[in-house]
Design a protein around this ligand. Structure first.
Ligand SMILES: NC(=O)c1ccc[n+]([C@@H]2O[C@H](COP(=O)([O-])OP(=O)(O)OC[C@H]3O[C@@H](n4cnc5c(N)ncnc54)[C@H](O)[C@@H]3O)[C@@H](O)[C@H]2O)c1
Length: 285
């Protein structure tokens, strides 16, 4: 396996985990975030996970240090110029992603692979109007990225076959299980998962059951690992809401995908789940 330089844009919930996945596989990582505090948190996260690996005897102290040294923390997108592959993991907003890929097509080498971790935004739309749409693909990790094996490799309308194959192989090299997906709203997993969140929110809104009851029933009787509200808190309620909005819009407002006002109000109030310390559950203690 060839060691590569991987740029990761956004060091939040997903970006920090993706950086760890790449560094563990001996790739060099340039981890970029617009927020310095987030970069410091990402560094602490990497140290804490790798220290646990040492405690469990999975790696030596030297391997931990080598893995950490492979990750550089940067705040200027121009620093991604040497990257062979860039994985974008900024918030789920089309304008933001388009502007970042516009910059990347200018900054990065012409053979660099440009990947987005979007949960739901059309790859074709992100790449639309940019100078090199053939280089842009979806590369959708699941949360937590170091644990979940699946990666959806999403082919945009103008993604080249060669780049699709390279991205697929890169996912295999990361030790993941890739699946090739066409560019449809929510791709596979987020389309299948929408009713899990939306119907739970409707049940809550109808006062049929409370958050704890719905989560408990889905786990104990349904066999799910996490209930729909615990999951939203882990994912980030803002990210989950943005994904539902995007799927709803892309399906031309089909009622079955309609977003929930309960979720909307939580986003508006800044209760975003684990990352802000409060969501459907309280994480402040
Ligand atoms: N959270 C999940 O469970 C999950 C799962 C799969 C995919 N995704 C997708 O991954 C992407 C990121 O989600 P997340 O949950 O990690 O979000 P997040 O809010 O935790 O992190 C996003 C980070 O991007 C940074 N950022 C914003 N603008 C930037 C810019 N211009 N340049 C550099 N950094 C910038 C922010 O400071 C923040 O730290 C989204 O597209 C989301 O849909 C999320």
């Amino acid at each position: 396996m060839e060691r590569k330089t991987v740029g990761v844009i956004g060091a939040g919930t997903m970006g920090a985990g993706i950086a760890l996945v790449c560094a563990r596989r001996e790739h060099g990582v340039l981890l970029l975030d617009a927020n310095q505090t987030v970069l410091e948190k990402a560094k602490s996260y990497l140290i804490s996970i790798l220290s646990k690996d040492v405690e469990k005897g999975k790696i030596s102290e030297q391997q931990k240090q080598e893995t950490l040294e492979r990750v550089q923390f940067v705040s200027d997108i121009e620093k991604l110029a040497p990257a062979d592959i860039v994985i974008e993991a900024v918030p789920e907003r089309l304008d933001l992603k388009k502007s970042i890929f516009g910059d990347l097509t200018r900054i990065c080498r012409s053979d660099a692979l440009l990947l987005t971790n979007t949960s739901s935004i059309s790859i074709t739309e992100i790449a639309g109007g940019l100078t090199h749409p053939e280089r842009i693909l979806g590369f959708h990790f699941f949360n937590p990225a170091p644990v979940m094996p699946l990666i959806e490799v999403i082919r945009g309308k103008k993604s080249s076959e060669e780049n699709v194959q390279s991205a697929y192989q890169f996912a295999v090299d990361l030790g993941k299980v890739p699946v090739l997906v066409t560019d449809t709203p929510g791709f596979i997993v987020n389309r299948v998962a929408r009713p899990y969140y939306n119907e739970a929110l409707r049940i809550l809104g109808d006062n049929v059951a409370n958050v704890e009851q719905i989560d408990r029933i889905m786990k104990q009787a349904g066999g799910f690992k996490m209930g729909p509200f615990e999951l939203q808190d882990m994912i980030g309620i803002d990210i989950n809401f943005a994904t539902t909005q995007s799927v709803y819009t892309d399906f031309f407002h089909e009622g079955r995908f309609k977003p929930s006002r309960i979720q909307q109000r939580m986003v508006q109030s800044g209760s975003l789940g684990r990352k802000t310390g409060d969501g459907f559950y309280d994480y402040s203690k």
